[in-house]
Design a protein. Structure first.
Length: 235
């Protein structure tokens, strides 16, 4: 069965559910998972996704060589080395990065006990689908990180794009819904991302380029996977 968690209110319950036989895929298209995929593609060694700013700073104290990255309300955090724009992560090859964001890193923590946890984006949809089909996972949970406590259009579009690419034909109602949404949106993904709440918010703070960057479809073969509470490049 392929199932889809459409918004954060569904994600909160996963810490109390047995996911030991489930493969999870987390989407936060604008921008956390797109940023992680971009960083891994360009040689970032690993990401440490954490839920809070305090947790990020604590890791930095333990290991000063780590870079701090993240956002709240789309804006970079005071004293951090990086924000959450994908372009920032193309020139830091070999570094390890602690990342905290409003929704994406929280969603990763909620499902971290799944059998496998993959990081998804529009950027790597084809490769991600190939990995899942090759593994033959019988239970797949696609997680839309959302915005605050709300549904996020761009995550649902990406989730639908993954469902559309998988050979698995046992779909939940939510999976059928996002698949239909993706087929409607696929001819002009950038317009859908621009219309989304997050797309409009990012444009409002001067980050239109981020939306354009994240709207590109299957431009990398890089797939991120959780390993010991970090995200690394699948090899």
């Amino acid at each position: 069965m392929i199932d889809v968690a459409l918004c954060p209110s569904e994600i909160h319950r996963f810490e109390s559910i047995d996911l030991s036989e489930t493969t999870a895929v987390v989407f936060d298209v604008l921008r956390a998972t797109s940023t992680m995929i971009t960083g891994l593609e360009h040689g970032v060694e690993r990401f440490f996704p954490v839920e809070t700013v305090e947790a990020a700073r604590a890791l930095k104290i333990q290991d000063p060589s780590l870079l701090l990255a993240g956002e709240r309300g789309g804006l970079s955090l005071e004293g951090f080395d990086l924000g959450n724009s994908p372009a920032e992560f193309k020139e830091i090859r070999g570094n390890r990065v602690v990342l905290t964001t409003t929704n994406g890193t929280v969603a990763l923590h909620r499902v971290r006990r799944a059998k496998r946890v993959y990081v998804g984006a529009l950027l790597n949809l084809d490769s991600l689908a190939q990995v899942l089909d090759r593994e033959g996972a019988t239970g797949v949970l696609i997680v839309c990180s959302g915005t605050g406590e709300d549904f996020a259009l761009e995550d649902a579009v990406a989730a639908g794009g993954l469902v559309d690419r998988l050979s698995h034909n046992s779909l939940s109602d939510a999976a059928v819904l996002v698949k239909s949404l993706y087929r409607e949106a696929s001819s002009d993904l950038l317009s859908y991302l621009r219309q989304s709440r997050n797309g409009r918010s990012l444009a409002g703070i001067g980050k239109t380029k981020d939306v354009e960057e994240c709207a590109r479809l299957s431009v990398t073969q890089t797939v991120g996977v959780m390993h010991d509470d970090t995200v690394v490049k699948l090899t």
